[in-house]
Design a protein around this ligand. Structure first.
Ligand SMILES: NC(=O)c1ccc[n+]([C@@H]2O[C@H](COP(=O)([O-])OP(=O)(O)OC[C@H]3O[C@@H](n4cnc5c(N)ncnc54)[C@H](OP(=O)(O)O)[C@@H]3O)[C@@H](O)[C@H]2O)c1
Length: 292
């Protein structure tokens, strides 16, 4: 059986590839640049792009199961995959796919509604094929903290608003483990899983955990929301992104904000989810600037 992993060079996709290889499976990795993909030994790279349908047949030939990256949404890839013989899709979705529709005009609510429509849209495309499916819906990824890499390497400092704000950030390895189980066993057919980390971890705690992982003090400097907005715009963020980011953080200062923790990972695997401290240890080399 050949399993196609799309988004195979991504944070989660790499772990899915590793998990499948570890389980002795035949894995094909869909990448746009096989030269730079750095795939494990034994994985078959295939050059394909969701925006270029002429590249899909080579990726889909004799494939039975697919780990489906969100960029497939609306491209026609899912239909073509089903027509080519794919019998099972495990969808890399997002927690927002499980949210109720909303017409709240706030920047955060509009962003979450866009996310909901995109990710639920892909899930519905897959369900419409009549093939087997599992939807894996991560909450906020711990990997978002990789956005701090440059400043931590250069200054050992994180500057953000709302130091007491935080979400139950999920380790990409936990998401990938569930995806691999859904690809390889029949235990998760027709399930939609929202997977988070174990508990809220504040922005200040994230900085401290990264500091502990790299054995250096990483200072957390709290910005006002206005200062943060100015910095993000200077960093090139669109204004609407700066707006929803501020609302996202403001919403989780005292409570769980838009996304409370779930127990899904533990219910599926019998183990507690990996902590942010563990994630920081696993990514210490990124923050130190060491080659992987
Ligand atoms: N950030 C969050 O907190 C969060 C939470 C829940 C869900 N999500 C969803 O998860 C996704 C990010 O997952 P991740 O962090 O694992 O991925 P990632 O590290 O951002 O990697 C992106 C992947 O997409 C591939 N890709 C990009 N453009 C492509 C194209 N045109 N055709 C084919 N492949 C393409 C890249 O492959 P190559 O460049 O090697 O070709 C790479 O493997 C987001 O899109 C978001 O929808 C994010």
């Amino acid at each position: 059986m050949t399993i196609l992993v799309t988004g195979a060079t991504g944070n989660i996709g790499r772990r899915v590839v590793d998990g499948l290889v570890g389980a002795g499976q035949r894995v094909r990795a869909m990448v746009r640049d096989p030269q730079s993909a750095r795939l494990p030994y034994g994985v078959e790279p295939v050059r394909a792009d969701f925006t270029r349908p002429e590249t899909w047949p080579g990726a889909l030939d004799v494939v039975e199961r697919v780990y489906l990256f969100p960029f497939a949404c609306g491209t026609g890839f899912v239909e073509q995959a089903a027509a080519a013989g794919v019998r099972r899709f495990v969808v890399h979705s997002a927690a927002a796919a499980g949210f109720a529709p909303s017409d709240d005009p706030s920047a955060l609510a509009r962003h979450l509604e866009d996310e909901r429509q995109a990710h639920r849209g892909l899930e519905l495309e897959v369900e419409a094929t009549g093939r087997e499916w599992t939807h894996v819906r991560p909450g906020l990824l711990a990997a978002n903290a990789l956005g701090w890499v440059e400043r931590i390497r250069a200054e050992r400092t994180v500057r953000e608003p709302y130091g007491r704000s935080g979400y139950p950030l999920v380790h990409e390895a936990d998401v990938a483990e569930v995806a691999v189980a859904a690809l390889l066993t029949d235990d998760h057919l027709g399930a939609a899983y929202t997977i988070t980390g174990p508990a809220k971890v504040t922005q200040a705690e994230q900085a401290a955990a990264i500091g502990a992982a790299i054995r250096a003090e990483v200072r957390f400097e709290e910005l006002t929301p206005a200062q943060a907005r100015t910095q993000w715009l200077a960093d090139g963020y669109p204004p609407e992104v700066a707006d929803w980011l501020i609302e996202l953080l403001a919403a989780a200062v005292d409570g769980p904000g838009a996304l409370p923790p779930t127990r899904t990972y533990e219910e599926i695997t019998g183990r507690p989810p990996r902590t942010f401290a563990r994630w920081a240890q696993d990514h210490a080399a990124d923050f130190l600037g060491e080659a992987a």
